[in-house]
Design a protein around this ligand. Structure first.
Ligand SMILES: [Fe+2]
Ligand SMILES: [Fe+2]
Length: 308
């Protein structure tokens, strides 16, 4: 698996959706589980700029190759979120994308600032911060593309399959960058390997956790991976990450699946109730109304302002 930053810069573009049969989106049903996953995935794709804001204050960004990658990566991820939203809207689920994104962000509240500051401070204290960040990047991209593959399989929806297959190609390039960069950092660097492993074993969480609750993360994991094939895919994912120097035998995604199963054992309605009750709407934040954070008004407020 090779990666050239020069080639990536030249070739980076928004995912090409020419020829996707959008008009056929409603011709095939999507289950509640499919819809739950699509909302989760869209929200996390749309969260990338905030994730990026955490990275740009770290020591990792002293590396111009990394910042060149991030500049293109952020743009590509934007179009993943846009297209997932488009598919959901065409399927008949009504929401305003900008409102939804703003609500997700506003709901993070203080937690977002605390996380940003601690990542920044941690990165300057920890010489090998980049090793950890790059490894987490590799896991996130690999679990994203594995999740998309699983959703293609679960949904059996041809238009979704076409769209996700195109997005997966981008995710593979992202994965190649992170994996190769992590490998470079970790090779022959025992201290970095130790720090990386220690952090992954203790602070790593599946992609999306933090923006999404533990129960939402579990719902996604159980819907997509709680069968023989799904479990195998997660073990395979862990094995791939375990090929990085110092990470042999590490269990991350499979461990997350087993932990989700344990929580369901204790409470059989856990996670599944979110899917069953179609809990994918984002509630407006209690504090910091979106208008106050963005300066934008909702349709009703706009009308009111214009008529006064
Ligand atoms: Fe993406
Ligand atoms: Fe990606």
């Amino acid at each position: 698996m090779s990666f050239s930053i020069e080639r990536y810069k030249e070739e980076s573009r928004k995912v090409d959706v020419t020829g996707v049969a959008w008009e056929e989106v409603t011709a095939h049903p999507l289950s509640k589980g499919d819809l739950f996953c699509l909302h989760y995935m869209m929200d996390i794709e749309n969260h990338v700029p905030l994730y990026l804001s955490h990275l740009l204050v770290t020591r990792a960004c002293m590396d111009p190759i990394l910042t060149a990658f991030l500049a293109c990566w952020n743009y590509e991820e934007l179009w993943h979120g846009e297209n997932l939203g488009r598919l959901l809207n065409l399927y008949g689920i009504e929401f305003d994308t900008q409102d939804r994104i703003a609500n997700v962000r506003a709901n993070l509240g203080l937690q977002n600032s605390v996380s940003l500051l601690s990542t920044m401070a941690g990165s300057w204290l920890l010489k090998d911060f980049s090793a950890v960040y790059l490894t987490i990047g590799a896991i996130n991209e690999l679990s994203t593309l594995t999740g998309y593959g699983a959703l293609i399989r679960k949904s059996g929806h041809p238009v979704l399959k076409d769209l996700l297959s195109r997005i997966i190609k981008d995710e593979r390039r992202h994965y190649a960058f992170y994996y190769n960069s992590a490998k470079e950092w970790l090779s022959g660097n025992r201290r970095a390997q130790k720090v990386d492993r220690w952090m992954l074993d203790r602070v790593w969480v599946p992609v999306g956790q933090g923006v999404k609750t533990q129960e939402e993360v579990d719902a996604l994991a159980l819907y997509l991976f709680n069968d023989e094939r799904g479990e195998e895919e997660l073990l395979d994912l862990d094995a791939k990450i375990g090929r990085l120097p110092g990470l042999s035998g590490i269990k991350l995604m499979s461990r997350a699946l087993y932990a989700a199963r344990e929580r369901v054992k204790r409470n059989p309605r856990w996670a599944w109730r979110l899917i069953e009750n179609e809990e994918w709407a984002i509630k407006p934040p209690k504090k910091s109304p979106v208008g106050g954070l963005t300066g934008r008004r909702g349709a009703a407020e706009q009308e009111e302002a214009l008529s006064s």
